[in-house]
Design a protein around this ligand. Structure first.
Ligand SMILES: Cc1cc2nc3c(=O)[nH]c(=O)nc-3n(C[C@H](O)[C@H](O)[C@H](O)COP(=O)(O)O)c2cc1C
Length: 369
């Protein structure tokens, strides 16, 4: 589907807003359905989901709400199994964490958990098959399809075009936006440095360079100047005035993640929501230590202790830290969970999605209101 198809979906919305796809918990069916009911685009973060779960989630959201659904996926890099030495170093870095400083009787269970995660992290397949995931998409037919971390293969564009599904792709810099424009995509999601969660840069092995560090509105202006495709602004947008500012700088819509995270319906953990709304002083940091790729989240003991530690490539590191993150969530401890959040998270409120949308609409339509 063409850029015009995407623009006409945006024109049908109550506000030019996409609720950002957020893999790993926040985007439950109840959450996405509550977003759709408010007349904007609701996204699922399906990066790690199995085909049946993808099909079921889209169908379940449709049963309770109308409106455009966006199905989002990652473009995972091709990977070899890690060497024994790399795996051992990554495991040792985790063993040294205070989370493993337990009463002597609890320590063996923790170490066994890490051993099991290490076996999983080193075993192919390292990530879900995009082809199998997209089979679910072609049958459930969401209104939009989006990708993070690079360009999907050509057959994805062909099939999406046949089914009239616009394809959106994240860019963190101008060169990536130009590659997206040349690929046959329908729109570019310009993700600024303020954004929460993983940076969408294409080269998985790249470190964060200065060029990668543009703020959202500057990136939107730069991309709009050099590309004809519609641009969606992502990063640090928390209120209606910021939506207007993004549109003024060249965006046709915005993608907001953090602003939705603390909403009542969001599937983020209770501790994640508590820190978002009650601990503004923590601030955010970029870390590769949870997943192997740079992502922005709230500072905690894990991000602090793991600075400069050896980690596995993405997503092997994500698998390696999986059980530790899960246990941290189960015990209500925020210190070892990935608390993805954008730089503007102190503006988060604990409120229903409906209230957030009413507030966004008011400040979007009435400057200063
Ligand atoms: C908790 C969380 C998870 C995210 N997961 C994804 C994802 O699965 N796919 C994706 O394309 N973007 C993901 N992002 C990035 C968002 O799409 C978007 O770029 C970002 O939320 C915009 O910045 P903001 O958080 O300041 O609104 C995630 C962001 C957050 C906060």
């Amino acid at each position: 589907m063409s850029a015009d198809g995407f623009k006409s979906i945006v024109q049908s919305l109550r506000l030019p807003v996409i609720q950002a796809p957020m893999a790993g918990g926040p985007c439950t069916v109840a959450f996405v359905a509550s977003v759709l009911k408010e007349g904007i685009i609701g996204s699922f973060g399906f990066a790690y989901s199995k085909p049946d779960a993808i099909r079921d989630a889209i169908k379940a959201a449709r049963r309770v709400a109308h409106g455009p659904v966006n199905a989002n996926f990652f473009i995972f890099p091709s990977l070899q199994a890690p060497s024994d030495a790399a795996l051992q170093q990554a495991v040792q870095a985790l063993q040294a964490l205070a989370a493993f400083d337990l009463a002597p009787e609890d320590r063996p269970a923790h170490l066994q958990m890490l051993e099991r995660s290490a076996i999983k992290a080193a075993e192919a397949p390292f990530f879900p098959s995009l082809e199998e995931q997209l089979e679910a998409v072609w049958s459930a037919r969401p209104e939009l399809l989006s990708f993070h971390f690079g360009l999907p293969p050509g057959w994805v564009f062909d099939r999406a075009r046949e089914l009239h599904i616009p394809v959106l792709i994240s860019a963190s810099k101008r060169s990536e936006a130009l590659a997206i424009e040349a690929s046959g995509a329908s729109a570019i999601v310009a993700q600024g440095i303020e954004a929460g969660g993983h940076r969408g840069y294409f080269d998985a092995a790249s470190s964060m360079s200065i060029e990668d560090g543009m703020e959202t509105l500057d990136l939107v202006e730069e991309v709009s100047k050099h590309c004809k495709l519609p641009v969606v602004a992502a990063g640090g947008i928390m209120d209606g005035e910021a939506i207007r500012a993004a549109i003024q700088r060249g965006a046709c819509a915005v993608q907001m993640g953090t602003a939705f995270l603390a909403c009542d319906e969001s599937g983020a953990s209770a501790e994640h929501k508590r820190l978002l709304t009650q601990e503004p002083q923590r601030g955010t940091v970029f870390t590769r230590a949870f997943s192997g790729r740079f992502a922005r989240g709230i500072r905690n003991r894990f991000t602090e202790s793991m600075q400069d530690q050896q980690v596995l490539p993405f997503p092997q590191q994500n698998t390696l830290t999986g059980a530790l993150r899960q246990r941290s969530a189960e015990t209500g401890d925020p210190e070892y969970q990935s608390l993805w959040a954008g730089r503007a998270y102190p503006q988060c409120r604990a409120e229903p999605v409906k209230t957030l949308l009413a507030r966004l609409e008011k400040s979007y339509r009435m400057p200063g209101g």
